[in-house]
Design a protein around this ligand. Structure first.
Ligand SMILES: O=P(O)(O)OC[C@H]1O[C@](O)(CO)[C@@H](O)[C@H]1O
Length: 336
């Protein structure tokens, strides 16, 4: 199956639910300083604390897109309570497996158009807590059509975690998007997700060298497909992203550079791709919308939302370029 060929059989009368998995949510602290200078102290001119982590950002954008979504994740301590209260306040449904330890914080320092990000590793998760989460996921995924698996794993969650969740989701008839890196991405690819979406930095590991150019990104997107995904998308920050499915590569980019906070732009792209899988919109339209919405997310000061008006204006001028078809080797395995 390629992304362009919608599956003929849908689930057992399931609705339009998209699950966004948040194994390592975070209280995202964003500081603004006039200038960031290492080895000096700084007066912070702006402080914002918001519920974040990739899974939460994806869910928020899905909600803004009009999708029905629920966050499934792991949470603990006072920052966990803050996160849960905030999700209730913004109307994003969530179901968390409780941890004894404190949910992490991340710190983003905005200065002169740059964003410096410090991500804590997260709380330790026991085997029993991971098993409890997996059971809750297996139950809930039966009602879902699409699952987004994004972000880092807290200590204690195995590197096969996303692979296990892809396998459970596929068995339940739901499609999966994986946004991860390192061994977690490799294992998840082998489990056959519908789509993998690392950024260029995260994908470098698969190429064995930095992903610098568009050609590098195309090469590694093909690699994502060879390793098991139906489609591979590699995001390249302000340069947009490349997407490969069915042996064909596409490049999409917003028509202008948007200044602001790029944190969470990749999460906005993952949300649009998930919504595209759900609606089976034409692939090119999904890619154009992904480029417009992720660029419009940069205009918002915090991760997990995008500027609606800007997204509509950018979308009207976004073009998706089809690149060369890859020459398939003779020994490729048959499509699933
Ligand atoms: O899960 P990680 O890969 O550690 O990334 C977490 C961070 O990334 C963001 O989700 C932005 O992509 C932030 O909200 C922050 O929490």
């Amino acid at each position: 199956m390629t992304i362009e060929d919608p599956p003929q059989v849908r689930g057992r009368g399931r609705g339009d639910l998209i699950i966004s998995v948040a194994l390592n949510p975070a209280l995202d602290i964003t500081y603004t300083v006039p200038q960031l200078v290492p080895d000096t102290s700084h007066r912070v001119t702006g402080v914002v604390a918001r519920a974040g982590g990739k899974g939460l950002n994806v869910a928020r954008v899905l909600r803004q897109l009009g999708a029905e979504t629920v966050v499934l994740g792991l949470l603990g301590g006072a920052s966990g309570e803050h996160i849960e209260a905030e999700l209730v306040a913004v109307g994003v449904p969530a179901q968390f497996t409780r941890l004894g330890a404190e949910t992490r914080r991340t710190v983003t320092v905005l200065a002169q158009g740059t964003a410096t990000v410090l991500n804590e590793p997260g709380p330790h998760v026991t085997e029993a807590q991971w098993a409890a989460f997996r059971d809750a996921f297996a139950e809930r995924v039966r009602a879902a059509r699409v699952v987004v698996l994004s972000g880092s794993r807290p200590p204690g969650v195995p590197e096969t975690a996303y692979a296990e969740l892809v396998t459970i989701a596929r068995a339940a008839g739901a499609e999966t998007i994986v946004d991860a890196d390192g061994p977690a991405l490799r294992h998840a690819l082998a489990a056959g997700p519908a789509l993998a979406k690392p950024n260029a930095h995260e994908a470098a590991d698969l190429l064995g060298r930095p992903v610098r150019t568009r050609d590098d990104a195309v090469e590694v997107a093909h690699q994502l497909v060879r390793l098991g995904a139906d489609a591979g998308v590699v995001s390249r920050g302000a340069d947009g992203f490349v997407a490969v499915t069915g042996g064909t590569a596409y490049s999409a980019r917003a028509p202008e550079r948007v200044s602001g906070n790029p944190t969470g732009a990749g999460d906005a792209l993952a949300a649009v791709l998930a919504y595209g899988l759900l609606t089976r919109a034409p692939w090119r339209d999904v890619l154009a919308r992904g480029a417009a919405v992720s660029a419009a997310a940069v205009a918002c000061p915090w991760a997990g939302e995008y500027d609606d008006d800007l997204a509509a204006r950018l979308l009207a001028q976004t073009t998706v370029e089809q690149l060369d078809r890859e020459q398939e080797p003779c020994h490729t395995s048959p499509p699933r």
